[in-house]
Write a protein that binds this ligand. Structure first.
Ligand code: MN
Ligand code: MN
Length: 308
């Protein structure tokens, strides 16, 4: 029996990694797909590393090229975000919570819902089928929900996410709010990271009306530390526009305590796109936007509207 890889997006975040592990486990336990194996499309970030170590769960195996493989995609559905070789793979299912940018010649199971994390949908599947969640699975699903919803502060967070997280937290025996802060802090320091590491810790590619746009986000707890790295990060973004074929790059330095984002922009020469999309005026390629927390809800839709 050939393996079916359950895999999240490139630059994997905690939701992409934990959803892949828990959904592959669900597929095997229910017998829906005995060949399901969790995989990842890149390096594990420090937050995910903390979570997996905390619950003593092995990281999924890294898949560098998916050509010729069977795939179940979790936490994404855009081709630009898929593992390399996905265009030559056999995608048999999608489970996600993002905007839909997907096309395939043959019919498949495609499930998306506007909730705060893919892991919420997976936990609900376990509950519905009455499949027992052990502490490890409950723990990583909880951590992924807390991560994606920024401990319920993100505008993408819904009542369903909260309800599911509370149920999981009881199984694990932790206070979700306290544990959430612990999870988020694991990734929040920029010390010792190169500009490239910072940009690619959570970076996604989009196609807006034929333009190649990259949008990165890093969550921080110290805006001054982040601002001190601004020049360095902008330099790397400029290099990417010049050498890697991006039309524009947006980098969100999101302060999860203050609940706002220092937005760095390269490729928007007159600042007109930023002005139109966010009603914000760039100064030296950046602007602080109060209340901006979510790439998916507050950055992608206005960019798509402006550029698409
Ligand atoms: Mn994700
Ligand atoms: Mn997600």
């Amino acid at each position: 029996m050939s393996e079916v890889y359950v895999i999240g997006h490139k630059s994997p975040d905690t939701d992409s990694v934990c959803a892949a592990i828990a959904y592959a486990n669900f597929k095997r336990l229910t017998g829906e797909n005995a060949a399901a194996v969790a995989a990842r499309a890149g390096e594990i970030n420090p937050e995910t590393e903390f979570v997996l170590k905390h619950f003593e769960v092995e990281p999924p195996k890294q898949l560098d090229n998916a050509a010729g493989r069977k795939l179940i995609l979790v936490d994404h559905n855009e081709f630009g975000q898929m593992v390399d070789g996905a265009d030559k793979a056999d995608i048999i299912e999608v489970l996600d919570h993002h905007r839909i940018e997907f096309k395939l010649a043959n019919p498949i199971l495609f499930h998306t819902e506007p909730v705060g994390s893919t892991s919420t949908l997976i936990a609900e599947k376990y509950f519905e089928k009455g499949i027992k969640l052990d502490k490890k699975m409950a723990g990583i699903l909880l951590a992924a929900i807390l991560s994606d919803t920024v401990v319920f502060k993100s505008p993408t967070s819904t009542e369903r996410d909260k309800k599911v997280a509370e149920k999981l937290a009881k199984m694990v025996g932790v206070d979700p709010l306290k544990f959430g802060v612990e999870v988020k802090k694991a990734k929040a320091s920029l010390a010792g990271k190169s500009a490239k590491d910072i940009i690619f810790s959570d970076f996604k590619d989009y196609n807006f009306g034929g333009k190649r746009v990259g949008v990165g986000q890093v969550e921080i707890v110290d805006i001054e530390e982040a601002r001190s790295r601004k020049k360095d990060i902008l330099g790397e973004m400029e290099r990417m526009v010049k050498q890697e074929g991006y039309d524009m790059i947006f980098m969100m330095l999101t302060d999860i305590i203050k609940e706002g984002t220092e937005l760095l922009v390269v490729g928007d020469k007159e600042g007109t796109v930023t002005k139109k999309a966010f009603n914000a005026v760039l100064k030296d390629n950046s602007v602080y936007i109060e209340g901006m927390m979510s790439r998916k809800k507050q950055v992608i839709p206005p960019l798509e509207k402006t550029l698409g």
